[in-house]
Design a protein around this ligand. Structure first.
Ligand code: ADP
Length: 461
């Protein structure tokens, strides 16, 4: 099966979040299952392809997998992927329209006529939209089916109506049935409407987004997809996330040498100026600092938590939360390590060094950090929502994490205290660490589910 996999970020070439992890690992797993995959992403600053041509770059990963970087230096040779500290780039519609048009053009140029075009998030939605409008009678794509994957419904690619003419589509498509959304252009909506199938990244989130509470205004459009909307759980790449083979951490460890995890904890505390005290409970968080991630309830809990425990946060995001967290950092210097940046190496150290990992997300399409934490024998403390519901079962129900249901600081604190109580009992904590570090969320299984979806898509008229 020939697959064109389109994503605006792909690990290790460019990453701002989980989309890159998925786009780095899933195509590889698909290629290992025998699919012929070409990944299309923009040619950003800092990327060095094996081969560079006038309008693209190419890196060959294996016989079945190639990354094609769509080139336009004016649009993509910038510091950020989507924006700067001042906000989103004002020409994002133009940038991703260029990327989409060019991807289709390159497919034809290299004579790769895909069975499936798999488009991820709003940045690739125009590929679906163009295929079903401008290219609908093109015989090159007559057997091609399209998939729109939603990694986070909160980001839809919404632009002012004035930009519509830039898309090169008939005005008929600026209507409620297609791209219009409260008087604006909504690219993800177009991707959903036009694609043959839609999926999101966990079964629970697939159900949630069809409700008013989580649908971000698109619940009706999503409901209309019926059984053409499914949830496929993400996984993690154990070649990247594995404490027995992690070049970033202080001391490698695995199930038989689990005590070495504590060497990581001690070294971390030393390097980051946290007080070293026997029995200290160290909680970590690696996250975008956005409302979605539960930073509001965490901020409100921090006074309580930092009086009793230690916390390390790595993340960037909303200025408001940077300010709030900086105040706490001053107040609780010995117990709080705050790192307001994106830092892959530090993320690995945190997963390895902490006792427990915080994911109080208000909503969570899938979440990768809880799966990464398991592998590093770091116990996740999560809000019961989306993919977190599908991957974390509470300790009291014989699971490997601590789950709270009500979205409130009080419920979060209660879960942290419950985790601490088990942490204090070595007879319980060590078996728990052993159990979670043996959990497996492999891309091989998820890739098989994607291939089943591709096959179903092919059978659709
Ligand atoms: P998102 O909603 O951001 O995609 P996920 O849990 O799906 O959340 O994936 C987050 C990924 O990004 C994980 O690999 C996590 O370790 C990484 N990450 C998030 N913030 C940072 C940061 N500041 N520095 C390094 N890695 C980060």
């Amino acid at each position: 099966m020939k697959v064109a996999f389109c994503s605006s970020e792909v690990f290790p070439f460019a990453k701002t979040g989980g989309l890159a992890d998925v786009s780095g690992a899933l195509p590889l797993a698909l290629s290992e299952e025998g699919c012929k995959v070409k990944v299309f992403m923009p040619f950003y600053k800092g990327i060095s392809p094996q081969r560079i041509e006038e309008d693209l770059g190419v890196t060959v990963i294996n016989n079945n997998l190639e990354i094609i970087f769509i080139r336009n230096d004016n649009y993509f040779m910038r510091e950020g992927l989507y924006g700067s500290v001042r906000g989103d780039y004002s020409d994002n519609l133009e940038r991703f329209s260029f990327y989409s048009n060019k991807t289709i053009e390159v497919l034809k140029k290299i004579n790769f006529s895909p069975d499936i075009i798999h488009c991820n998030d709003w940045q690739a939605s125009l590929i679906v939209i163009y295929l079903k409008t401008k290219f609908k009678d093109d015989s090159f794509f007559s057997h091609t089916r399209t998939i729109q994957t939603i990694h986070n419904l909160a980001y839809q690619g919404v632009f002012d109506r004035e930009k519509f003419s830039y898309l090169g589509l008939s005005e008929d498509y600026f209507s409620l049935k297609y791209l219009e959304f409260y008087g604006k252009i909504n690219l993800l909506k177009g991707g959903i409407v036009f694609s043959d199938m839609v999926n999101t990244v966990s079964p629970t989130y697939a159900r949630q987004i069809q409700t008013k509470e989580y649908g971000c205004g698109l619940e009706g459009v999503l409901q209309e997809k019926g059984d053409r909307l499914i949830g496929i759980l993400n996984a993690i790449d154990y070649k990247v996330w594995n404490p027995s083979n992690d070049k970033f951490i202080y001391k490698k460890y695995s199930l038989p040498s689990l005590e070495d995890k504590y060497i990581n904890k001690r070294e971390f505390q030393r390097e980051f100026g946290l007080k070293i005290k026997k029995g200290e409970f160290l909680l970590g968080m690696v996250s975008r600092l956005a409302e979605q991630k539960g930073i509001d309830i965490l901020s409100q809990s921090l006074n309580y938590i930092l009086k009793k425990y230690q916390v390390v946060i790595l993340g960037t995001g909303e200025e408001k939360y940077h300010r709030i967290l900086k105040v706490k950092e001053k107040k609780y210097k010995n117990n709080f390590s705050l790192n307001l940046k994106f830092d892959e190496a530090l993320a690995h150290k945190i997963y390895a060094s902490c006792d427990a990992f915080l994911m109080p997300s208000r909503f969570e399409p899938c979440g990768l950090s809880q799966m990464i934490s398991y592998k590093y024998a770091t116990v996740p403390i999560v809000h019961r929502t989306g993919g977190l519901s599908d991957t974390v079962v509470d300790y009291e129900d014989k699971g490997g994490g601590f789950v709270f249901t009500e979205y409130s600081p009080k419920a979060l604190i209660k879960a942290v205290n419950r985790a601490y109580k088990v942490f204090c009992d070595r007879e319980k904590w060590l078996p728990l660490l052993k159990e979670i570090s043996s959990y497996s969320f492999s891309w091989r299984d998820s890739a098989k589910n994607y291939i089943s979806m591709y096959k179903r898509c092919q059978s659709l008229l």
